[in-house]
Design a protein. Structure first.
Length: 361
């Protein structure tokens, strides 16, 4: 009996009770798709329309990375700090293929997640056999090694101390320029976000998701039910890295390069803030958190060095007053004021609690 099958038998309640939330009405899905297509066409008519579309593109990139990190840290209980480095691996992979080998960006970006996943496999094989602070230290060591290599490595590979600064951007033809090009970039980013979100959602509600949350909530119980802890966590780590690398590749060709400043500590703080503010160990938390942090950043950036201080205070406040993040608060408000009469009430349970992650009352 495989470890994933054993997990499904060990904790069936998670998958079964999550089912009502997985049966999303077709009109809701269709409405979301139509809105996603029409929205940029409407916004571009506004004076600040292009700016708003650009913010949404940034949101899609950040939300993919935040969701991927939450998959291993929030659901898997794996305290890895290699996420930014894996984002950089994807970015540099795609950038090098285009900048040094002359590949088409649309082809090169497909290799970014593959190389990031291979890198995660190399990191995870020794790291995920360890526990606690040792995982943190080894993943931070990988982060630092990646930073040093990009700064001091061969210039024709890493681009030198400033990174890859003249990488070809996505091109949709000579006639697609200005606002029209921005809209196309929006559609591409939204497609990436939709694919990543759907796959992560499926993973969470699959036997693999049941297995990893069982291990997170009670490692002894999960192992006693035949779950192969190392194999399950390694697979989750690779899936997380795949989409993080994809976001890194897209960002490189969207921005026309990737800088070594990506490794700066504030980048890690930003991603952590998205997960903590939204709610780690929840599906919608990182998405909500990404929107909040990106929105706040439009005002916090004017504070200069005080930006990180204020963001840290916000994280601390959320940890004290809403330790599960804002997503459970949003869900409770929805259940109370907007949910149809007779709809099941969703109860969020802290990912640190050693019992079922989700229940329907």
């Amino acid at each position: 009996m495989s470890s994933v099958t054993a997990a499904a038998q060990a904790r069936p309640a998670i998958d079964e009770t999550a089912a009502p939330w997985r049966r999303v009405p077709l009109y809701a899905i269709g409405g979301t798709v139509v809105l996603g297509i029409v929205l940029p066409l409407l916004l571009v008519r506004l004076d600040i329309g292009t700016y708003l579309i650009t913010l949404m593109i940034l949101f899609f990139i950040q939300a993919v990375v935040a969701q991927s990190w939450n998959l291993i840290m929030g659901y898997g209980g794996i305290y890895s700090f290699a996420q930014v480095a894996l984002f950089a691996v994807g970015g540099w992979t795609s950038g090098i293929l285009v900048h040094s080998l002359g590949w088409n960006p649309f082809v090169a970006v497909l290799f970014a997640p593959v190389v990031a996943a291979i890198a995660a496999l190399g990191i995870g094989l020794p790291t995920l056999r360890l526990r606690g602070v040792y995982v943190v230290l080894l993943t931070l060591a990988f982060h630092e090694l990646a930073r040093v290599f990009t700064v001091t490595g061969p210039r024709f590979i890493s681009g030198g101390g400033y990174g890859l600064v003249t990488v070809q951007t996505f091109s949709f033809g000579n006639d697609v320029i200005g606002d029209q090009r921005t809209i196309y970039l929006y559609y591409l980013a939204r497609f990436m976000f939709a694919i990543a979100t759907f796959v992560i959602w499926r993973v969470i509600h699959s036997p693999l998701g049941v297995a990893v949350t069982a291990l997170r909530d009670s490692e002894t119980y999960g192992v006693s039910r035949g779950i192969n802890q190392f194999r399950i966590r390694l697979l989750l780590f690779v899936i997380s890295a795949f989409f993080t690398g994809l976001a890194g590749g897209y960002a490189t060709h969207y921005n026309g390069g990737i800088s070594t400043t990506i490794f700066d500590f504030p980048r890690i703080i930003d991603l952590l803030a998205m997960i903590v503010i939204g709610g780690w160990g929840t599906f919608g938390g990182p998405i909500l958190g990404a929107g909040i942090v990106i929105g706040l950043d439009q005002y916090l950036v004017a504070l200069g060095d005080y930006r990180e201080l204020l963001l840290g205070l916000i994280i601390a406040g959320i940890a004290v007053f809403a330790p599960q993040g804002l997503w459970p608060v949003v869900r409770r408000l929805y259940d109370k004021y907007l949910a149809p009469e007779g709809a099941p009430v969703h109860v969020e349970v802290s990912p640190t609690a050693p019992h079922d992650v989700e229940k329907e009352l």
